[in-house]
Write a protein that binds this ligand. Sequence first.
Ligand SMILES: Nc1ncnc2c1ncn2[C@@H]1O[C@H](COP(=O)(O)OP(=O)(O)OP(=O)(O)O)[C@@H](O)[C@H]1O
Length: 310
Amino acid sequence: MIELQGLDKRYGEAYAVQDLNLTFPEGAVTALLGPSGCGKTTTLRMINRLTEPSAGRILLGGQDTRALRPETLRRGIGYVIQQIGLFPHLTVAQNVATVPELLGKGRRDTARRVDELLELVGLDPALYRAKRPGELSGGQAQRVGVARALAADPPVLLMDEPFGALDPLARDALQDAFREIQRRLGKTVVLVTHDIDEALRLGDRIALMQGGRLAQFGTPGDLIHRPASGFVRQFLGEDAALRQLAGRQAAEFARPGDPAGLPTIEASLDARSALGVMLREGRDRLAVTREGVPLGVLSWADLRAAEAGA
Ligand SMILES: Nc1ncnc2c1ncn2[C@@H]1O[C@H](COP(=O)(O)OP(=O)(O)OP(=O)(O)O)[C@@H](O)[C@H]1O
């Protein structure tokens, strides 16, 4: 758990962040969302002390981060940024293994850990471990960056626009991979983004900032259906509810039930498209399968309830 208490960051007379009080829940993804210049990156960098607050404090697992040496603090915090800065002259495997925790380990342990991490982020170790960063696409390089951030198995992961520089296809693929990784690892993640769809898709919680202050903190449904101000409503936009469905997979809505005779959809289909299938087929229930294995039944009522924020 990360707690920000009365956090300020001033540059001269101007506040980049002002009186921010916010708790990032453990094991969940919190999207730090807001327009350009609202203080997202400054907030993130105060958590790992790349930027020092002007006032207030930050508690990590109940401990004031000022009581820790910055290097010690950062050992428990993975950091992924848009410009990942892989070392161009090192191989992919060497790049992932540059984390201090791995440097002291035997060569075989390190190689095994590197392979595990590459697999986790969806890169076949046999194909990629010996490549150099220059031979990778943007999406692949970003996956290596995520693998490196996870190498020390930190409980906390800070991510600053990690998918921002990718084309839409690569971004979708990496967002899916990230969601899958997070489902398995359950890290406490703070994800800076100005992309509403990304926040709706990946955030268990959203902290929306405006001019250095917190505009609203809640679940995506809270912000969509119970906006705290006109700014929140306007920022999310009219069609946020439908867009939120587009970011959720049919699998999330599958419940136990009899699939006999129902049209079938794949678990990874997004929930908005599943609604489309129901309309087209004139059915109010669909069977959901994952690679041929039945997962359950998806109902119109559940999708509409999700859209309405129930
Ligand atoms: N080192 C600095 N010196 C002076 N002002 C700064 C500094 N760093 C940030 N700021 C100012 O603080 C404010 C918040 O910046 P920050 O980078 O945190 O915003 P952001 O929400 O992450 O924006 P973006 O989405 O554009 O990256 C901005 O007005 C910025 O100009």
